[in-house]
Write a protein that binds this ligand. Structure first.
Ligand SMILES: [Zn+2]
Length: 460
């Protein structure tokens, strides 16, 4: 493997508290070989240089839907992990709401073999909490951990009653895994969607009270579950932050994530983008006051991690039925959405932490399957190199898009911050190429914005 020398990068390594504005980094034999000024380049090495670029540990996504098994029309392991690499992620946690759900050890083992063979980055598989995500019968937690489960979540649903959640928390405490919940109380959703057919995940009305009720009930259950760890997925409203902070003060082991889209968008901004009003996600985008409160909570550490909730869909997921198919394809736009936020510049070290050590600590070392992400010499070369200022738009270079799903509200927006390269174990899994589409570069500010291509799936 050719050694790589990165010249004059800004090195951000939250694990060591490093933010060095100008250093070199040598990567050789799959590891960080050296960090320092004016390092000699090993013979035959590739030398990379990009003014103003940042080198950081590769990102870890706590929350992605790779749609495998069962839904290759939405995503595949190969395309989903390629999207992860393009987004700067070398590890993704795959959710279990597949078809069928990942709820037994044989299915998990089979999937792990496929991920190792077909994936370009590491996949840590979550398993369902309950069989079929129905909320009734707990899975065989111990056997699933033995088979490699990174954690447990019924994400997409929240049908577990308190005694079932208590049982899951008790059993996962014994095997050092988290229970991650999609906090939307289904009784509140049912009341808001009277007579609406289909599964709760497709119900269109998602009042904020559903999130608060699910969070407070789960925290009550956690308080009675010694040794257990609870994780709150995709927090979307300001009102859950108070109970979260109070639970922390009371010593409960609770962590929480927020998505780039809940940090970047709110209902009015979503409605201002042509073609985007048809897109939807669960939980929905909220008021701007919620968005601002989530951003503040990420900065002050109340929220531990940014997670993409990468939820790709095919161009017409309704199949003509008009049913909602909630979710955004999020891996490729995560960094750009975050760095486009007002105030992102000074917060860059915190943003990097929320994509690296934050999610790693949420998982815990046993579940993460790797040491704490860091660029210390000797560490595995899982790293991301990015330009925090470069502007780009997914629509400007659609051929570069990796995910099967193009259902993103950011498709036609201009984002700031682009991944230049991602390495996983020293292997180059993504390298940005300036422009492969012919014609003027999409970076050229004079280039007219390209209209959305026909058939670009913007929801249902
Ligand atoms: Zn969810």
């Amino acid at each position: 493997m050719t050694a790589i020398v990165l010249r004059e990068v800004r090195l951000i390594d939250p694990a060591t508290g490093t933010d060095d504005p100008r250093t070199d980094c040598v990567i050789a034999d799959g590891r960080i070989a050296a960090i320092g000024r004016d390092l000699p380049a090993p013979a035959g090495s590739a030398v990379w240089r990009h003014p103003g670029s940042v080198l950081a540990p590769a990102f870890i996504d706590l929350h992605a839907h790779l749609r495998t098994p069962g839904q290759p029309q939405k995503e595949t392991i190969a395309r989903g992990t390629a999207a992860a690499a393009r987004g700067g992620f070398a590890t993704v946690c795959a959710m279990a709401n597949t078809v069928p759900a990942v709820d037994d050890p044989e299915r998990l083992a089979e999937l792990a073999t496929r991920c190792a063979a077909e994936g370009s980055v590491a996949v840590r598989q979550f398993c369902a909490c309950t069989r079929g995500l129905a909320g009734r019968d707990p899975v065989d937690v111990e056997a699933l951990v033995e088979a490699g489960a990174a954690g447990f979540s019924d994400d997409g649903r929240h049908a577990m009653a308190a005694p079932v959640l208590a049982e899951l928390l008790r059993r996962t405490a014994g095997v050092r895994r988290i229970v991650a919940i999609h906090p939307e109380d289904e009784a509140v959703l049912a009341a808001a969607n009277p007579g609406h057919p289909g599964a709760p995940s497709g119900w269109p009305r998602r009042p904020p009270g559903a999130e608060l009720r699910a969070v407070t009930a789960a925290l009550d259950t956690l308080a009675a579950s010694p040794g257990a760890r609870l994780h709150l997925q995709h927090c979307s409203t300001a009102r859950v932050l108070g109970p979260l902070r109070a639970a922390r003060r009371a010593g409960l082991a609770v962590t929480a994530e927020v998505t780039p889209h809940h940090l970047a968008l709110s209902q009015p901004s979503r409605q201002g983008v042509p073609g985007v009003t048809a897109l939807t996600c669960n939980p929905p985008l909220r008021r701007d006051a919620d968005r601002a409160a989530l951003w503040a909570a990420l900065l002050d550490g109340t929220l531990d991690a940014v997670a993409t909730d990468h939820a790709p869909h095919e161009p017409d997921p309704s199949g003509g039925s008009g049913r909602l198919a909630p979710g955004f394809s999020g891996l490729e736009t995560a960094l750009g959405a975050l760095l486009s936020l007002p105030g992102a510049g000074p917060a860059l070290p915190r943003i990097v932490a929320a994509l690296t050590v934050g999610p790693w600590r949420v998982l815990g070392e046993a579940a993460a399957g790797s040491p704490c992400p860091s660029l210390r010499p000797g560490a595995p070369a899982d790293c991301v190199w990015f330009d925090p200022e470069a502007s780009w738009s997914p629509a400007a270079d659609p051929d570069a898009w990796r995910s099967v799903g193009r259902n993103t509200p950011f498709w036609s927006m201009t984002l700031r911050g682009r991944v230049l390269a991602t390495l996983h174990g020293g292997r180059l899994v993504y390298r940005w190429t300036p422009w492969s589409g012919g014609g003027p570069s999409p970076d050229d500010p004079a280039r007219p914005p390209r209209p959305l291509a026909t058939g670009v799936p913007l929801g249902v």
